[in-house]
Structures are given as structure tokens and as C-alpha cells.
Design a protein around this ligand. Sequence first.
Ligand code: SF4
Length: 290
Amino acid sequence: MEILLAKDMGFCWGVRRAIDIMEKAAAEKGKVTSLGPIVHNPQVVRDLKGKGVRITSGPLDGASGPVAITAHGVGPQMLEEARSRSSEVVDTTCPIVTRSQRWARKMADAGFTVVVFGDPDHPEVKGVLAWAGRNALALADAARIPDALPTRLAIISQTTQSPERFALFVSQLMQQRLGKISELRLINTLCHVTSSQQGAARDLAREVDVILVVGGRNSANTRHLLEVCREEGSTAYHIESADELRGEWLQGLQRVGVTAGTSTPDSAVETVVRRIQEIAQELAGAASAN
Ligand code: SF4
């Protein structure tokens, strides 16, 4: 069985930067309270906990010491609250997300209704919406476009969406609403790292019998990798760790592909590759015994 890795996958510079900043702050101050998981990967979160990074998902309930904003960023109200209730704010927001937030604010100030293409429940999208004024809305697909939509629209995307899906959303919105739109601004806020990894996953998906996508269950970019692999017609599985890998998925296959989300550490990918090798040996042993 041959194991092929995607040409571009795993930790991005935005996640590495956020982890470095968080680790440095925890080492200097003793502990840091992160507003939510720093990235959507349980191994990374566990590792950081061991280094003094406490995570809160609710309000700043008596946090002492520095408070950290995660790579996904937050809205202005949350930023203000963190500043007023803690001794120091450690901001690890990815610069690509910050750019998206700035565009959201700029477009709202210019009188546009901001439409964010993405998952309304994702922390990055919630944060961007909070910068985009009261009328902004997030839409996961064109089927959810409300009937009453203002006529001046600015469209931006969650950074981790695929370029193909963003383009489809925009074209569907145009088809549905062209007669009612007086002005449309389209701002490309996609992350080039995730776009590149999605392209590499598509290429790999065409070459292999099955593709394993390694990453946190709640990781948006990992889920998008899975979607692009399936869009290529491939059999693809999303696993968080090597323990979830099942022998029957690999039975009788020649080529297995592996890719990983931007919040997946190299160690998780290495463990999955070792487990595939073990399973391949078990399957070969069972075949020769029969
Ligand atoms: S995936 Fe892109 S936007 Fe997200 S943290 Fe990494 S570099 Fe930043």
C-alpha cells in the first residue's frame, strides 16, 4: 500500500504565530486565559494547557493575569471587555482575519450592508460580523439569502472557505438579486494558505483510492478540505487522531492519501501515517494467512 501526502498541508503560519505568542506570554506571566480554544485542535489545546494556558468559553469570569484573543479574532465589544477586565490583552488574531475585520468595518462605515459568506456559528465569522455593524449577516449558502436585503451590499468570505464555493455563492446571489442591487462590492478575504491546501487536497484526491483528512472535529478549514476531496468524487474520511482510523476503510486499496488542516500538528499526521503502515501490514498478514 502506497501512502501519499498532500503537497501542502498542516500547520499554517497564522496558527504557528498564535501558538508562539501564547506560549511566550504563558512562560513570561505564569498563566494566560484564552478566550476559547486557541485553534480547533484538541492536541494543540492540551499541549498549551500543560504550559499554563487556561481556556474560558464564557464571559471573563474573574480571570486574573493576561487574557488572550485567539487566532480567530473577536469583535470590538469583546476586545473592549477583555481590555477593561484584565491586566493585559495578548492578541494572537491572524493578520489575515484582521484584514477581513478591517474590510467589514470599512464597508459598514461606507454605508454597505456586509454579507459574510461562511458559517454563522464559527468564532471568526462572529467576530467579523461584530465589526460589520448592526445590519451585517452571515450566510452559509445562497439558499438562505433573505427576501428583504438592502440594495448596497459588500460581500466578504470566511477566510477558510474554498474559492470555488465563494465564487458559486456570489454568482447565485447575483442571479437571484441583480435587479434589486444598486451597488455591489466584492472583497476577496480568502486565506491563500487554505486555498493552496485545498488545491493540493483536490490534486491528491484524484490520485488515490481513499483520502484521510486529519484535523479537529470543529476545525472549519479541515471540514472544508473534506468537502473539496468529496467534490472530486473521492472517498474521504475526517479523523481527529490515528485511533479513529478503521482497517476496513483501507482493505484492498493500493493508494492512500493523507492531508491535514491548518491547525493540525505534524505529530498528528506522523501518527496517522504510522497507523496506516501498521494496518497495511496487518491486512497483508491476514491475506497471506488465508
Ligand atoms: S488558515 Fe489562514 S487565516 Fe487561518 S490562521 Fe492560518 S493563515 Fe490565518
